[in-house]
Structures are given as C-alpha cells and as structure tokens.
Write a protein of this length. Structure first.
Length: 495
C-alpha cells in the first residue's frame, strides 16, 4: 500500500477491501482551508472554521455513501487499525467548531459527508445519514411542506454534528436539538454498531448528545420534523437589562410563536444600550406555503452592510438604524419557517486573510440576564476585541445530555467577534473570554463548548456539573480512549 500520498493511502485501503474505493465510499477530502479559499499547503493538516486550529493528522477519511454491510466492516477495520497504532479517531462534518473539537491530532479524522433521507410522515420523523447537511434536509423537507424542528441559525452543518454539540437555534419553544432526536446508530470503540435512544442504550444516547464525538461515530439518526409554515414578524424594543424576563415571558405567553430572537446595539458609544425582540407567528392564511428561495439570497446582499462595521462606529450605527428603525418600519413582511432557517455561513465570510471571525456563546437564566449584560458592558469594550453582532435566543431546559449547558431555561447570548490572526489577539481574546465566563458562572450560567478552547480548566468544571460523570462514562464505554479531540486532550482527560 502506498504511503506517499493521501490518495494512495485511501486507494490502498480500498484495494485491500476489494471494491471499497470503486464505490467511492472514500473520496479525496476537500480541506477546509481550500473551501475557505485559502491555499492548502499540506493536505494532512486540517483546520476548522476558526482558521486557528491547524492540526496534523495521520489519516483523513471522507465518507460519502450510505453505510452498508461492507462499509460498516471497513469502518470497524479503520478503528482496529487506529487502536493498534494507538492513534486517536474523531468524526467531523463541516468543521465549523473552532477549537479542534473535530480533529484528531496525529490520528484519524473521519469527515462524514454521506447525505440521504427517508421521511416517515406518520411518525413525523426522518431517518438520515449522519453527514447530511441541513441545506439538504431543508431542501427535501421544504418540498414536502415540512421543516426541521430545531437546528442552528445556519444550514451548512452536519446533522450528527449538531446532535454532538447539542446545538440550539431560534425555533421556539424548544430546548437543544438533542431533544428532537429519536434514535441514533453509533459505532463504539469496540466496533459494535448499536442503536441508542431514550429506550435502548439510553446512557450512550445521552452521553453522545452533546458528547463532541467522544463516545463513538454516529452513522445515522432518526429526527423529528414539523410542518413548514407561513410566518409574519413582530418587532419590539426592550430595555436591555430587562430583556431576559420579557423574552421568556413573551415566548411562554404566545403558544403559537415559532421563531424568536433578540439583537442589541453594539456601537461603541451606545454599547448594549438598546435591544430589540423579533418574533414570528403563523399568518392567518396557511394555504400554499411557498418554497424557500435558494438559500441566503437576501443575506448575501446584507453581507456588505455587516462587514462594513469592522472598525467603524458609523457603520455600526447605520446597521442598528437599519435593523431597529427602518426594518420594523418598512416591515420585512411575510416569510416561511424554512426561508428563515435556510441561511448559509458564507453570508458572514470576512474574505480577509489576516482576520478571522470567532463566535462566543454564554447561557444565563432570564432573571440574571440583565446582570450579565451589565458585566459585558464592563468587559468587552476594554478587551481590544471587535464585536460585530450579538444575537439573543431562548433555550428550554435540557435535563438529558450529560454535558448540558441549560439545566434550567436560559437566554443564549451569541457573540460574533472579528479577530486578528496573531498571538497577541489570541491572548486578548483569551483574557476577555475568561472574564466573560467568570461573569456567567457567578450568575449561575455557563458558556458553549464548540468555540475556542480559551476557558481555564476550573471554568469548564464549574460551568459543566456533568463533566466528571461524563468523563467517567466515556472511560467506561471507551476504555482505550480511542475517540479523542482537542476538547478531550485539553480539559476532559484531566478530570
Ligand atoms: C457561523 C456559525 C453559526 C453557528 N450558529 C449556531 C447556532 O445558532 N446554535 C448553536 O448551537 N451553534 C451554532 N454554531 C456552532 C455549531 O453548531 C457547531 O460548531 C457545530 O459543531 C457545527 O457543525 P459542524 O458540522 O461544523 O460540526 P464539526 O465541527 O465538524 O463537529 C462538531 C463536533 O461534532 C462531532 N461529530 C461530528 N460528526 C459526528 C458523527 N457522525 N459522530 C459523532 N460525532 C460527530 C465532532 O467530533 C465534533 O466534536 C455556529 C457556528 C458557526 C461557525
């Protein structure tokens, strides 16, 4: 078997298994840097959406076809080989996590890109390949008058990856996405392919939900869907320090509400001094729900307004005027649930080789949210970080996943920063992140794990009471510690 090139390695594997490569189960992967338009220097160095996680891997496998008996056997063989070589393995999808959560250092990274779906209208669920992207899911459901129950705010991510970070979105009134998953098929470190659900292998189901790939490789899933609907927006200015309770109460008092989010003014001279709540309810007429237009059409045009904010308070004022003043006045009009969900990340792309966009997220109870905003007013402006956006979401409690970030209901503050790609900027970002996490934890809240690994070790322990039990469960299910990533190496392995 040739070891000189990645393609040789993969074809070699295929040849050894007979017919493996010819079914294009493994294909040449498209490195993230290349997708982002960056020159790819070494195909064995993988990066993620942070563009700051360059990591050398020993092997990169891309899965493109639905698993059948022979590809399951082949995956088992990969796991055995990695175990024998004492190499870690991790699954990944779009690698939009930002701290090496989707990459196995000096190990085997499996990019899951097998996209298929089967609908069950009676159960209102669909079965799907773990690598299926939300853009594919929305397109298929939209054509049938259906819609995902919960997903993130963008459509580029993989469905099993979404379950593996237990992402939340802005559909209400839901908890994280794991709450809408009925069952998974997962390959464990010993090569067993098991079905896990609330009824069967529930410990595996809840550990893998928000388990960052550390329990095994999910091959397929059964997920809930809901009808697609025509929606119309309402806008309301809210006092920022009162946003948490008002947002939660409004959502609870409006049972037919389908989508909801908040925004804040981030201009430097009026930092977090205004907030707006945007909610969507079904229109009276639900006949002939139109299909979602090709994704991101509107946002691609809004991108320029968004990017102009970098270093310009005038542009930040302009955007806030557009969003909080003009937008509600002219009204963005009727839309559909799928149109709102069908938004690609590309609309945010900075196209600047010297800077990168980094997300942060903090989860605080509605009643303590005002105190968190007050802390943000102190911490962020003196941090040298360029805040481009804050979106606020409502998250129902999650009492299921071991690494739950919402033991009680939470307001999620999603912050997008533009950061210089330099050691100094990383240090500034780390200082600011630790101060924000301290504030969140003081208020009984926590932070989100798929982003930069800037928290101190004591902060992840304090913010995730389920961390130690999760680590013990992982060690029980995977005693040889086959499934590892940077999150494991940096934090969880040490508890
Ligand atoms: C622009 C942007 C917007 C975002 N918006 C939101 C949001 O609205 N809400 C929210 O909650 N999050 C949001 N996120 C975070 C996002 O949900 C996570 O980063 C998510 O992991 C991205 O999916 P991915 O396909 O890129 O996963 P990857 O980064 O590829 O993987 C993430 C994790 O899932 C694991 N994994 C992937 N596939 C499998 C599998 N088949 N089996 C087992 N484990 C697997 C990986 O090991 C890794 O630990 C956003 C991120 C970005 C960049």
């Amino acid at each position: 078997m040739s070891k000189t090139t990645r393609r040789g390695l993969l074809l070699g594997t295929g040849a050894a298994l007979g017919g493996w490569a010819t079914r294009a189960y493994y294909t040449d992967p498209v490195p993230v840097g290349e997708r982002l338009g960056m020159p790819q220097i070494d195909p064995m160095i993988l990066n993620d959406a942070s563009e700051l996680s360059a990591t050398r891997v020993a092997k990169h496998i891309t899965v493109t076809d639905r698993f059948d008996q022979s590809s399951i056997t082949a995956l088992r063989t990969e796991l055995k080989e990695a175990q024998a070589a004492r190499r870690p393995v991790i699954a990944s999808a779009a690698r939009h996590s930002m701290g090496g959560q989707s990459i196995a250092r000096a190990g085997t990274t499996c990019t899951m890109a097998h996209e298929w779906m089967e609908l069950d209208r009676t159960a209102m669920t669909y079965r799907t390949g773990a690598g299926t992207r939300w853009s594919t899911i929305i397109a298929r459901l939209d054509a049938e008058g259906l819609s995902p129950a919960v997903m993130q705010s963008n459509n580029d991510f993989g469905v099993a990856a979404t379950y593996s970070v237990n992402a939340h979105g802005w559909p209400v009134p839901f908890g994280p996405m794991g709450a809408t998953v009925r069952s998974i098929q997962i390959m464990l470190a010993d090569g067993q392919l098991v079905t896990a659900s609330r009824r069967d292998n529930a410990d595996i189901f809840f550990a893998a939900m928000g388990g960052y790939g550390l329990i095994g490789i999910i091959t397929e899933m059964e997920v809930a869907m809901v009808p697609n609907t025509r929606l119309e927006p309402s806008y309301r200015m809210v006092a920022p320090l009162n946003f948490g309770p008002e947002f939660a109460q409004t959502i609870k008092a409006t049972p037919d509400m389908q989508m909801a989010y908040g925004r804040m003014d981030i201009s430097k001279d009026r930092f977090l001094e205004e907030a707006m709540m945007i909610t969507y309810r079904p229109t009276a007429d639900q006949s002939d729900v139109p299909q979602a237009p090709s994704s991101g059409w509107l946002s691609r045009r809004a991108r320029d307004v968004f990017r102009a904010q970098l270093g310009s308070d005038i542009a930040k004022h302009g955007r806030w005027w557009f969003e909080a003043g003009l937008g509600p006045w002219i009204g963005s009009g009727e839309t559909t649930r799928n149109t709102l969900l069908n938004e690609p990340v590309i609309t945010l792309d900075d196209r600047d080789p010297d800077r990168t966009d980094i997300l942060h997220e903090y989860f605080i109870s509605p009643e303590n949210f005002g105190a968190f905003i007050a802390a943000c007013r102190q911490i962020i402006p003196s941090s040298y970080q360029e805040l481009l956006n804050i979106t606020l979401r409502y998250v129902q409690p999650d009492a299921e996943s071991w690494l739950s970030y919402a033991q009680t209901e939470r307001i999620a503050a999603v912050m997008l920063f533009s950061q210089e790609k330099s050691v100094r900027a990383e240090e500034d970002a780390k200082r600011m992140t630790q101060a924000l996490i301290d504030a969140a934890i003081r208020l009984g809240g926590t932070y989100y794990l798929p982003y930069r690994l800037h928290a101190r070790p004591d902060q992840i322990v304090a913010g995730y009471p389920g961390l130690r039990p999760f680590a013990a469960k992982k060690r029980a299910i995977d005693p040889g510690l086959l499934f590892r990533n940077a999150l494991w190496d940096q934090y969880i392995s040490k508890v």
